[in-house]
Design a protein around this ligand. Structure first.
Ligand SMILES: C[S@@+](CC[C@H](N)C(=O)[O-])C[C@H]1O[C@@H](n2cnc3c(N)ncnc32)[C@H](O)[C@@H]1O
Length: 248
């Protein structure tokens, strides 16, 4: 089904939109209900359509709650510019995730420490593919002055924060762009904290470009069908760990 390929957020919007359209048709046909019943109807239709569009249970919950939230805010005295600024700020930071299906969430201090402990001895080149706000790159560049640390980030706001953060560090560099355009041939370690979606393509890229003896490290996300050479648990989030593959 073509809709299944759409990002979940677009499927959710589609379900709410279609539900609202059905409500408009019913109102045009002359049906009259108290506002609460209309909102309940919108929520029911949105959840039903969302199920048809194969959204996960957590999305169904959100779809049920959204019409009620909208109703509550309808009469509230919130200036329009506040909605617009909130929307723009969220779109700038998280908007890229709609397309890449990789949201922004950050590696913990423990993950950065464990990552540091996994790095090989001596001078090395490291890349964080999708570096977010630059936490791991800045931390590693500080603790390993003998290494060169690169971060690549597609979201403008995150890139700016990471770039500013790493500006004082001579061995850290942050590039704005897509991780798929980074050549991994020179890298001793490529690290990524992404989502399950890009992992098969990331593995194919690592196999194509990385040299024997280098390492691919994924924060928490597996590569289907590829058992890691090492798994290091990370404190904080449930199930958080670093998975290490040695390239041969
Ligand atoms: C889960 S965050 C991880 C941040 C950081 N690496 C860490 O470990 O704390 C994933 C980041 O990857 C970025 N990202 C997703 N797809 C990307 C792509 N194709 N190219 C560059 N960055 C991407 C997102 O914008 C997000 O900031």
């Amino acid at each position: 089904m073509p809709f299944r390929r759409l990002p979940p957020v677009l499927r959710a919007l589609l379900a709410q939109g279609l539900g609202f359209l059905a409500i408009l048709v019913l109102a045009r046909l002359g049906l009259r209900f108290p506002p609460l019943v209309w909102v309940l109807l919108q929520a029911t239709l949105a959840v039903w359509l969302s199920r048809g569009l194969h959204l996960e249970p957590r999305w169904l919950l959100l779809q049920a709650v959204l019409p009620f939230l909208g109703w509550l805010l309808w009469g509230a005295a919130v200036p329009a510019w506040l909605y617009l600024s909130g929307f723009l700020a969220l779109a700038l930071v998280f908007g890229g995730g709609l397309v890449t299906r990789v949201p922004l969430y950050l590696a913990s201090r423990d993950a950065c420490d464990q990552l540091g402990a996994l790095l090989p001895e001596g001078p090395l080149r490291f890349v964080d593919l999708g570096c977010g706000l630059g936490g791991p790159v800045a931390h590693l560049a500080r603790t390993r002055p003998d290494g060169q640390f690169l971060g690549v980030e597609a979201s403008l706001v995150s890139w700016l924060v990471a770039w500013l953060r790493c500006l004082p560090l001579p061995n850290a560099h942050i590039h704005l762009g897509s991780l798929w355009r980074v050549d991994l041939a020179d890298m001793d370690v490529a690290y990524a904290f992404l989502s399950p979606v890009p992992m098969p393509a990331l593995w194919a890229k690592a196999l194509r470009e990385m040299k024997p003896g280098s390492q691919l490290i994924s924060h928490s996300f597996e590569i289907p069908g590829q058992a890691p050479d090492r798994v290091v648990p990370v404190r904080g989030r449930p199930g958080a760990r670093l998975l290490v593959w040695n390239l041969r």
